[in-house]
Design a protein around this ligand. Structure first.
Ligand SMILES: Cc1cc2nc3c(=O)[nH]c(=O)nc-3n(C[C@H](O)[C@H](O)[C@H](O)COP(=O)(O)O)c2cc1C
Length: 158
């Protein structure tokens, strides 16, 4: 498996960056080279130029949408249809269960957006309830192992 991972972080108030930091610690067992990208300043074309593996760590705002900072990237992925067909990606989403039906709605948005460009989703996705601002590290760790196993199967299947 390629040892390079890009992590795209979409955050308004910083929690997604904290989660990203923990996730990267867990994922370092397989990825020697991890690069974090701010969704607020990363052009869609840059995603296509990185390595094969991408993880999105995103919070959810305004009725299940992406944080405001990520909206230019969202528009560009929609309109420009950048070719992302070489990319395999995962999603860790932050939300708050009290928002009920829009809980972690950003996860579906990212899957749709990256799918437009032909990127392939590798599960499982992780939805974290941040309502008490408590970080569920054991769940994050278990997810990271499951995701790495899924990426390993993806690579073997090719
Ligand atoms: C104005 C506002 C709207 C929100 N809307 C949603 C929502 O629709 N669904 C959801 O699951 N969480 C929602 N949240 C919760 C955030 O996703 C959660 O607080 C998250 O931890 C923020 O992460 P960040 O600090 O990285 O931006 C909302 C929070 C705020 C303040």
């Amino acid at each position: 498996m390629q040892r390079r991972l890009s992590v795209l972080v979409a955050s308004s108030n910083g929690m997604a960056w904290r989660i990203c930091g923990f996730a990267c610690e867990f994922l370092r067992t397989e990825f020697a080279d991890i690069e974090m990208l701010d969704a607020g300043s990363t052009p869609a074309t840059a995603l296509a130029q990185r390595g094969r593996f991408l993880l999105v760590v995103s919070s959810t705002f305004g009725r299940g949408e992406l944080p405001r900072a990520a909206q230019p990237l969202q528009a560009s992925l929609r309109e420009r249809r950048v070719d992302l067909s070489g990319i395999v990606f995962g999603v860790v989403c932050l939300g708050d269960r009290s928002f009920r039906e829009t809980f972690c709605g950003a996860a579906a948005r990212w899957k749709e957006l990256l799918g437009f460009g032909g990127a392939r989703f590798a599960g499982p996705e992780l939805k974290l309830d941040m309502c008490e601002r408590r970080i569920e590290l054991p769940r994050l760790h278990a997810w990271s192992r499951a995701w790495l196993a899924s990426l390993g199967r993806t690579s073997l299947a090719e």
